[in-house]
Design a protein around this ligand. Structure first.
Ligand code: ATP
Length: 252
């Protein structure tokens, strides 16, 4: 049996996130326009109104979609073009675990990404066991996923991502629908991870202490930089927009 996954053992190296002149649209509608960033910070937040392009931006980073123009690199890798390298480089945790989980049992789910990375079946199973052991949940290995609660399924997704030890973990509103203790437990795990975190959220408070925040507005970067001033600027603008007709000016 492998040793339990030690998520804190790797060296604290930042991974460079780059986007240069990125544009992306669908059905003739511009979703992201001329997005450029070059970051080596380790805790990065993304805020913006509904439909501003946050999920699209992180899907581009993960290589799940390709830009119409411009370039995207994570740790120097084009994650869309090189899927095998992408699995080692970046993992994503979606808001809804049911959009992520595809296997009937927890063990199969956790082993799947490891198989995709090229690990042999037996090795992937051992590694999946070790990953579950790291969270004291070896009893979940054969458990049908459908018997777990939403928060527990979230944890399965997180364990699956961590098992692959990516350099960058993208969190797309990972705490919505979770109770306070589950949120705190997941936060504690994420706070201790030696990986770059990119965290999309509607809760600016959850980005306290982050190194860098990007504010997206209508598919463009409205502001970015240190968390405190960018969040203050964003909240000030949200207060003003909240006093207007908030539905009418939603993107999309
Ligand atoms: N596959 C698609 N086809 C057409 N339009 C799309 C598609 N995906 C996203 N969009 C549009 O792109 C815009 C940005 O969507 P995106 O999901 O990136 O926004 P978001 O900032 O993550 O929003 P939210 O905070 O509501 O989750 C929206 O106007 C949306 O309607």
């Amino acid at each position: 049996m492998n040793a339990p996954l030690d998520i804190s053992a790797r060296s604290l190296t930042a991974t460079r996130l780059q986007m240069a002149g990125v544009c992306y649209g669908k059905g003739g509608v511009d979703i992201l326009t001329d997005v450029t960033l070059d970051l080596t910070e380790r805790r990065i937040g993304i805020v913006g109104r509904n439909g501003s392009g946050k999920s699209t931006l992180v899907r581009l980073l993960c290589g799940l979609i390709a830009p119409d123009s411009g370039e995207v690199r994570v740790g120097g890798i084009d994650c869309f073009a090189d899927r095998r390298a992408a699995l080692r480089t970046v993992g994503i945790l979606f808001q809804n675990p049911d959009h992520q989980i595809i296997f009937p049992t927890v063990g199969e789910e956790v082993a799947f990404g490891l198989r995709q990375m090229g690990h042999a079946k037996t090795e992937a199973r051992k590694m999946a066991h070790a990953a579950l052991e790291g969270f004291g949940r070896t009893d979940w290995y054969d458990r049908p996923v459908q018997t777990l609660s939403q928060g527990q399924r979230h944890l399965v997704c997180l364990i699956s991502v961590l098992a692959m030890q990516p350099k960058v973990i993208v969190l797309d509103e990972p705490f919505s629908g979770l109770d306070i203790p589950t949120t705190r437990a997941l936060r504690r795990v994420l706070d201790d991870i030696d990986a770059t975190l990119v965290h999309v959220t509607h809760d600016p408070g959850s980005l306290a202490g982050y190194d860098h925040v990007i504010w997206l507005s209508e598919g463009r970067i409205a502001d970015q930089g240190r968390a405190e001033p960018v969040l203050a600027h964003f909240l000030d603008q949200m207060d003003r927009e909240g006093d207007r007709d908030a539905f009418a000016d939603l993107s999309g």
